[in-house]
Design a protein around this ligand. Structure first.
Ligand SMILES: O=C(O)CCC(=O)C(=O)O
Ligand SMILES: [Fe+2]
Length: 280
C-alpha cells in the first residue's frame, strides 16, 4: 500500500484524492492553499511556548477539554497500555489560548476549515449513491458553525532514554472525528497500517498536507471510507534529541448531527473520550 500524493491543482484532484481516502483512509495534498509560512511560524512559536512554565496556567478542563495536557496526563490510545510520549494544547473557537498565539491560531483554524469544507464536498461527491443516501445531511454541512472542531498543537519532547519499554510518541489509534487535516510535521515518524498489518511511512515532505478519515466518517459511510490506524514512532540517532511539533485539525460535526442509526456526533464523542481516559 502507498498513500497517494495528489496535486490539489490537478484537473482530477477530487477523484484521485477521494480514491486514496477510500483505499487507504489517507490522502496527501501538495500545492494546497494553506500558507506554509503560517504553519512554520506556529510551529516555532508553540515550541517556544511548550518550553516555558506558562503552559501550566492553562491546565486542561476535564469538563470542556480545552487547554494544556501535560506528558503526565497525556492520553492512552484505545487498547494501549502505555501513555503516549507527548504534550499538547487543545484550541476550540470558544476556548483558552495564550493571548500572543491567538491571532495565528485563529487564522490557521479559519484557513484549514475552509479547505476542509471543500474536501468534504469532494468526499461527498465521490461517495457511491447507495452509501451517500444514508448521510443525514451533506458532509460539508455537518461541520458548519461547529463548536467542536478542535485544533491540537502537539509537542513530542526529545527522548531521554528513560521512556517505559514499548511506549511510543503516539500509539496506534484511529481518530474520532470526521476528517483530520495535518500539515507535515517538522520531523518524520507518522505511519499508517495497511490491510496486512504492515506499517507504512506517510509521505511527509515539509509543505505536504496529510488528510485522514476519522471514525465518525467511517460510521456515517458504513465503512466505505475507512478510519485507518496510524501512529507516531520514536526517532533514533540525532532525531531523538529533537522535539517534533505537529498541528492536526480534527473536524467534528455539530453535537446534534446524526451519524448513523446508533450515534449522534455527541454520543459518539462522549463514549470515545471515556475510553481515552481523559473524561469521566
Ligand atoms: O503527530 C502526528 O503526526 C499525528 C498525530 C495524531 O495522529 C493525533 O494526534 O491524532
Ligand atoms: Fe491521529
Amino acid at each position: 500500500m502507498q498513500v497517494r500524493v495528489v496535486d490539489y491543482r490537478a484537473a482530477d484532484a477530487a477523484e484521485a484524492f477521494t480514491r486514496s481516502l477510500h483505499e487507504t483512509g489517507f490522502g496527501v495534498l501538495v500545492n494546497h492553499p494553506i500558507q506554509q509560512a503560517l504553519v512554520e511560524k506556529i510551529y516555532a512559536d508553540w515550541l517556544a511556548f511548550f518550553n516555558t512554565e506558562e503552559k501550566h496556567q492553562f491546565t486542561f478542563s476535564k469538563e470542556k477539554q480545552d487547554g494544556y495536557f501535560s506528558t503526565e496526563i497525556s492520553e492512552t490510545a484505545k487498547g494501549a497500555s502505555q501513555k503516549d510520549i507527548k504534550e499538547y494544547f487543545h484550541i476550540y473557537p470558544w476556548g483558552r489560548v495564550p493571548a500572543s498565539l491567538k491571532a495565528d491560531a485563529d487564522s490557521y483554524y479559519a484557513q484549514a476549515n475552509t479547505l476542509a469544507q471543500e474536501l468534504l464536498g469532494w468526499v461527498e461527491r465521490y461517495t457511491p449513491p447507495e452509501i451517500a443516501q444514508h448521510y443525514s445531511q451533506p458532509l460539508s454541512q455537518m461541520i458548519q458553525d461547529s463548536q467542536q472542531t478542535l485544533l491540537r498543537v502537539l509537542r513530542y519532547p526529545p527522548l531521554t532514554g528513560q521512556e517505559p519499554a514499548g511506549s511510543l510518541r503516539a500509539a496506534a489509534h484511529g481518530d474520532i472525528n470526521l476528517l483530520t487535516i495535518l500539515p507535515a510535521a517538522n520531523e518524520p515518524g507518522l505511519q499508517v497500517q495497511d490491510m496486512n498489518g504492515h506499517w507504512i511511512d506517510v509521505p511527509c515532505d515539509f509543505g505536504m498536507l496529510i488528510i485522514n478519515i476519522g471514525d465518525m466518517l467511517q460510521e456515517a459511510s458504513r465503512g466505505y471510507y475507512p478510519s485507518t490506524q496510524h501512529r507516531v514512532v520514536n526517532p533514533t540517532g540525532e532525531g531523538a534529541k529533537k522535539s517534533r511539533i505537529s498541528l492536526p485539525l480534527f473536524l467534528h460535526p455539530r453535537n446534534e448531527v446524526v451519524l448513523s442509526e446508533r450515534y449522534t456526533a455527541h454520543s459518539y464523542l462522549q463514549e470515545r473520550l471515556r475510553e481515552l481516559g481523559v473524561k469521566t
